[in-house]
Design a protein around this ligand. Structure first.
Ligand code: URA
Length: 167
């Protein structure tokens, strides 16, 4: 672990995207979502019509890379969670996308599979939280099908875009 990876993007954005934890590239650069799966997610947001440069703030549940990319432990999550809550409070977005099951479970405090809750909207204190599949999982699927996890996520993010831009 080299660096803390706190967040990047527009701190006044109307969308916050929360991932799990920094990977190797994020650890090198000190920024979230700059590695392979991060780029994949940014492309998905972009093709869904979301302006990733003007409207999005990116961060993770965990602010430093877990050894060998292992899943964060419940103790690590509980230590980092107040920091994430404070970040969301400060940005005060309209929508928060929870990318992957760690982000979903941390914020929504549910223990259901992401396949059951993805695309659903949870309103907490005036902010809409929408879980989606994690980008590293989505990278395994064809981008030409509408009903596979990739196609479903595209649909979820198009709904997010409609909420952001009142379409
Ligand atoms: N990059 C991140 O910063 N977080 C993730 O969850 C995945 C890739």
């Amino acid at each position: 672990m080299n660096r803390l990876v706190v967040g990047s993007g527009n701190i006044f954005g109307n969308l916050v995207v929360v991932g799990e934890a920094p990977g190797a590239q994020e650890d090198l650069e000190g920024k979230p979502f700059v590695g392979k799966s991060g780029k994949f997610l940014k492309n998905l947001l972009d093709v869904s019509g979301i302006n990733i440069y003007e409207d999005v703030y990116f961060c993770n549940v965990i602010k430093c890379r877990p050894p060998r990319n292992r899943k964060p432990t419940p103790k690590e999550i509980s230590i980092h969670k107040p920091w994430l809550i404070q970040q969301i409070k400060l940005v005060n977005p309209k929508v928060v996308v929870l990318a992957g099951s760690t982000a979903m479970k941390t914020i929504l405090e549910v223990n259901k599979p992401i396949s059951q809750l993805r695309g659903k909207c949870f309103n907490l204190k005036g902010i809409e939280y929408i879980p989606i599949f994690h980008p590293s999982y989505l990278m395994r699927f064809s981008q030409n099908e509408i009903n596979n996890p990739y196609g479903l996520t595209l649909k979820d993010l198009q709904n997010v875009r409609n909420k952001l831009y009142h379409l």
